[in-house]
Write a protein that binds this ligand. Structure first.
Ligand code: SAM
Length: 321
């Protein structure tokens, strides 16, 4: 197993199925134009082979299927059942939920146990202003279908000072009421946010978020797994919520994540544009591929930041959130 000087190794793999998305969220794309698929995206078969190789070569234990919007890609239908058969301790999907009603049977039949659904507001007009597409009711229907099927749901919300700060409490109430765990994701200084004043204007840190929650609930900080991205809190008698505090409490020193983009590039760090082409390896039979992957994985692990997320021009949709 490849381990760095901080004791980090890759345990979690995030695979971006496609760069295409049916939303054009304000924090993700600058101009409201939905992103299209990247050139030369890997097929479902290549993606499954890549996951198999990374399980064996890097010791990947947990897989998250993301994008772009993973449910938008026809590859999702073949990939999900295939990866559910791999020796992984956990598989999850991150989706904006818009297409869950269409894919609910496939998801449930695959045996998936948990799903992350991104939702930034419960206000229909604000929803369209942030996502610049889609329909709130369809997402809520998708959430209900997943709950009824018994999946564990985490809801991802990116709180922004000028766009949805007033939704911090309503979103928490809603998630607690429906047995879902809300994850506030601190706005990351990525892609177009690196240029201009949008990040400074809209960033809301963990302290700000907790202050708003404290106006209504008493909560205590709870233990989270060593390599968890979220700081987790319990509201006794109600449930849990978390904050992915990239800026306020960086978790780089315990980061175990590796990312594979839809066009076959491996990224060791979200805050580093360095990437490594996995395509040539995918053309090799398993034992040759394993040998050739070792040096790539050493380089990818070397791309990790030691202390804190610095931001990167890379657009989240390309490498998967
Ligand atoms: N389309 C899927 C979805 O919406 O969940 C998966 C991809 S999306 C890139 C994954 C997550 O990244 C979403 O929860 C989204 O809100 C989050 N995200 C994207 N850009 C972000 C940014 N600049 N800061 C914080 N979170 C971001």
């Amino acid at each position: 197993m490849i381990v760095d000087a901080l004791g980090r190794r890759f345990r979690n793999l995030r695979v971006s199925l496609t760069a295409a998305c049916n939303y054009a969220c304000t924090y993700c794309v600058p101009d409201g134009k939905k992103l299209q698929a990247a050139d030369f995206e890997l097929s479902a078969q290549q993606l499954v082979y890549a996951v198999e190789l990374l399980v064996d070569a890097a010791g990947i234990e947990k897989l998250r299927i993301t994008g772009g919007e993973p449910l938008l890609s026809p590859k999702f239908d073949a990939l999900l059942p295939a990866v559910m058969g791999l020796p992984l301790s956990d598989v999850s999907v991150t989706t904006n939920g818009q297409l869950i009603p269409r894919k609910a049977d496939l998801i449930v039949d695959s045996g998936l146990r948990r799903i992350n659904i991104s939702l930034d507001t419960l206000n229909p007009e604000r929803f369209r202003a942030i996502a610049r597409s889609g329909d709130l009711q369809t997402v809520l229907k998708g959430m209900a279908l997943m709950r009824e099927a018994g999946l564990k749901i985490k809801v991802n919300m990116v709180p922004m000072r000028t766009q949805n700060a007033d939704q911090i409490l309503p979103m928490l109430d809603f998630c607690l009421e429906h047995g879902m765990e809300l994850r506030y994701i601190e706005l990351m200084n990525m892609g177009h946010l690196r240029f201009g004043s949008g990040f400074q204007r809209d960033f809301l840190g963990m302290e700000d978020i907790l202050e708003m929650i404290a106006a209504r609930y008493e909560f205590t900080r709870t233990d989270a797994p060593y390599d968890s991205t979220a700081v987790r809190f319990e509201i006794p008698g109600h449930g849990f919520f978390g904050i992915i505090a990239n800026e306020s409490e960086p978790f780089c020193s315990s980061c175990t994540r590796l990312r594979l983009s839809s066009n076959g590039r491996l990224y060791g760090c979200l805050s580093n544009a360095a990437n490594h082409d996995m395509r040539p390896v995918l053309a090799l039979p398993h034992h040759h591929a394993m040998a050739s992957l070792q040096s790539t994985l050493v380089k990818a692990l070397g791309d990790k930041q030691d202390l804190s997320f610095k931001g990167e021009v890379t657009v989240m949709k390309f490498i998967g959130g």
